[in-house]
Design a protein around this ligand. Sequence first.
Ligand code: FAD
Ligand code: FES
Length: 278
Amino acid sequence: MYKIITKEEVAPNIHLIEIAAPDVALKSHPGQFVIIRLDDKGERVPLTIAGVDLQKGTVSTAFHAVGKTTKKLAKLKAGDSLLDFSGPLGNPAEVENFGKVLLVGGGVWCAPLHYVAVALKKNNNKLVVVAAGRTKNDMVYENQLKAVADEFHVATDDGSKGNEGLDFINDILKAQKFDHAVIMGPVSTLKKIVEMTKPYNLKTMVTLASLMVDGTGMCGACRVTVGGETKFACMDGPEFNGLDVDFDELISRQRVYLPEERMASMIYDKLGGSVKRG
Ligand SMILES: Cc1cc2nc3c(=O)[nH]c(=O)nc-3n(C[C@H](O)[C@H](O)[C@H](O)COP(=O)(O)OP(=O)(O)OC[C@H]3O[C@@H](n4cnc5c(N)ncnc54)[C@H](O)[C@@H]3O)c2cc1C
Ligand code: FES
């Protein structure tokens, strides 16, 4: 069992949890993920690592409560435990001295992006960071990202804080030369930013939240087409050069179980959000 040490709702429906998992903490690098299971009938949910504390032996991850399992997870408290906490899985994000790096994070993904940003900063990169959220109330890790950035921008979908939407990134790309880009966010955001960086042939690393089951390359659930080849996001990724990713195929594969996911979430809500097994 893996104990929840701290848990905080950092924005509406977005929670940051810190789990006691010293062995995972010791081996984790920015960009990698864990797979959690709440109980013996639970599904396996991948979550990107947002940081580790080696002294406490903990791993942090931020999650958006969107479906049955993440809603159940949101109901747990500090002191409760998870059945499984497998990791670290996947490859670490590419981190070296690139020069000037553009980082864009959307919503919950700003937390793991911060973990990557800190590592890039340690490698003496200049960081231009964009933190985005739906509204001013949905911003996640804004202050932490601002603290590590050389240049910092905020964007909201409704314009309630900072820039309205992400189109202003086109102006940043026109005005400055970048050596590398890292984007973490919903697939629609990844696709949008890659369309902007493509004309500059800027290597734009994106973390792909494809459907996953085992996370070890055995089940094939997470397959994505990258550069015309079939890759497994769990083993070959989850970070890929977005210029090569077939986003339309990824989006359609993500929707394969939508009716079942919606049904499970609806039944869970109807039963009053019970955290009992099942
Ligand atoms: C490698 C990897 C890393 C990931 N890291 C993170 C992370 O750090 N934090 C995090 O929150 N998620 C992360 N995800 C996504 C996360 O695994 C899924 O959101 C999770 O599986 C949801 O499980 P569920 O059972 O609660 O919902 P599901 O039953 O899977 O989905 C329920 C419903 O929610 C909808 N839905 C799913 N995702 C979203 C969304 N993002 N926004 C709005 N609606 C949505 C679906 O369309 C569906 O209708 C990651 C995924 C992968 C593959
Ligand atoms: S999740 Fe099974 S192969 Fe990647």
